[in-house]
Design a binder for this molecule. Structure first.
Ligand code: PXG
Length: 457
């Protein structure tokens, strides 16, 4: 058996169909069409097995922030594999990459976030948080504080606990979720509301649905609130400015732990190190993954505030939780190389001051197109809403699959964007040049025209 064979696209598609179960995939549908086989990538472009070049407007899956083809990340992984390919951080051991990375992460996070627990992914990070939150309140002598409040349509991962924290009904339905002690409130999705309130009023109302839930559950029973600074997979839901300050007030007033899920927004996507920095919140936990390594290797983790970490350290005894790959040395070495690149090339400042504003202006102007109801973007995280009627904001019928028509047409035009229903999402690498941003917009406009023709009655 060869480690990796070079085959034709068709041969790979056939093997894929026969042996490979994909994440979040309708396999019958996939097998009718066959998989798109991506074989290599460079900069902001991915290449299909037949050679077609596609501008990756999604940074892989919101992760390849530093762009593809970074030799120094490859070199860091190679050197670490030669030195120490694996060792664990259990049983009173540690190794330089996990220690150095933890110390580096402290440097870029808010001053009260001094400690990090490593995991292998965002989902694992959120599982870890459920355990830590409940352990914290047990140790504080308030074991009845068990309930975690999350939001409709949130995405926090796919393990049992993370999918329970998430608010996606389709995920809950498939496996009897959520687990007990997790409840959901409104998401701050102004465009998806009846728009009778101003965005500012709506932001306050959405935040106050948390307070209503606290009163319903009982203020002494609520342990934590979790939210993505901007909901990602749910459609890039950018909350009105009034939302996060009010959420912070509510958490403070009720003594509830605040969890800012930074798996997408962390490491610069919004032009600040973290979404919490962008919105001015002071979280007790920040789960992260994806951008910490720019996706070059799997790594996740949880920033833990001094308020919680001090109690865990002083009172928990052994916290019986961890993963074989918590702080994997090669993944940590890759993260260190990636953070070096972000800092040396000022990529986060670039998102804030240069390519972010440049793309935002053009992206928001897409709202002038007859098919676009709203176009929004913060940093390099944006979306637009496909509508049938711009005045009434009426949507297309679900079975027309407008979002899917757009996405598939976009791929044929050489650009990869993601459809969440009829919301089209864009989150390109931070190294996107102005010319590549122009290409992204030109191809999006062409695709919008073709989608309009395809959906015309
Ligand atoms: N939290 C957030 C906010 C996420 O976006 C996770 C946790 C889970 O991370 P892992 O590493 O376990 O996948 C995510 C992941 C999509 C899509 O279609 C988004 C994610 C994952 C897969 C698909 O937008 N986000």
């Amino acid at each position: 058996m060869a480690a990796m064979e070079k085959r034709s696209r068709e041969a790979w598609q056939e093997l894929d169909k026969g042996h490979h179960l994909h994440p979040f995939t309708d396999h019958k549908d996939l097998h009718a069409k066959r998989s798109r086989i991506i074989t290599r990538a460079e900069g902001v472009y991915i290449f299909e097995a037949d050679g077609q070049r596609i501008l990756d407007g999604m940074s892989g899956l919101w992760c390849v922030n530093a762009g593809y083809g970074r030799q120094e990340i490859v070199d860091a992984a190679t050197a670490q594999m030669q030195e120490l390919p694996y060792y664990n951080n259990f049983f009173q051991c540690a190794h330089p990459p996990s220690i150095e990375l933890a110390a580096n992460l402290k440097e870029v996070s808010q001053p009260h976030l001094n400690r990090v627990f490593f995991t292998g992914s965002g989902s694992e990070s959120n599982d870890t948080i459920v355990r830590m939150v409940r352990t914290y309140w047990d140790l504080m002598g308030q074991p009845q504080r068990h309930t975690i409040i999350s939001r409709d349509n949130a995405y926090h991962g796919s393990t049992v606990a993370a999918a329970s924290l998430g608010g996606m009904k389709s995920m809950h339905k498939q496996s009897g979720l959520p687990i007990p002690g997790i409840v959901h409130v409104d998401q701050p999705y102004w465009f998806g509301s009846d728009r009778s309130l101003s965005p500012a009023e709506f932001g306050l109302a959405a935040a106050r649905s948390i307070e209503a839930k606290i009163n319903e559950v009982g203020p002494d029973k609520v342990a934590a609130f979790i939210g993505e600074p901007i909901q990602g997979a749910g459609g890039v839901i950018i909350p009105p400015d009034t939302y996060w300050p009010e959420v912070q007030r509510i958490c403070d007033e009720h003594g509830i732990l605040l969890i800012s899920d930074e798996v997408i927004t962390g490491f610069g996507r919004l032009g600040e190190w973290f979404g919490a920095d962008y919105f001015g919140t002071r979280p007790d936990f920040m789960p992260f993954a994806k951008g910490v390594t720019s996706g070059y290797l799997p790594l996740g983790g949880v920033f833990v505030s001094d308020r919680v970490a001090d109690v865990l350290v002083d009172k928990a005894g052994e916290f019986a939780h961890g993963y074989t790959y918590s702080g994997h040395p090669v993944a940590c070495a890759v993260a260190l190389a990636n953070l070096e690149i972000l800092q040396r090339e000022n990529l986060i400042e670039r998102v804030r001051d240069d390519i972010g504003p440049y793309l935002q202006a053009k992206w928001k102007a897409l709202a002038e197109h007859p098919l676009v109801g709203e176009a929004r973007m913060v940093g390099l995280m944006g979306a637009f809403e496909i509508v049938r009627d711009k005045v009434t904001m009426e949507r297309f019928d679900k079975d027309q699959g407008a979002g899917t028509v757009f996405r598939d047409t976009a791929i044929a035009n050489g650009i990869c964007l993601r459809a969440s229903g009829d919301t089209i999402i864009c989150a390109p690498p931070f190294v996107l040049s102005h010319a590549e941003a122009d290409e992204l917009i030109d191809k999006t406009l062409r695709t919008l025209e073709q989608t309009r023709e395809a959906l015309a009655p």
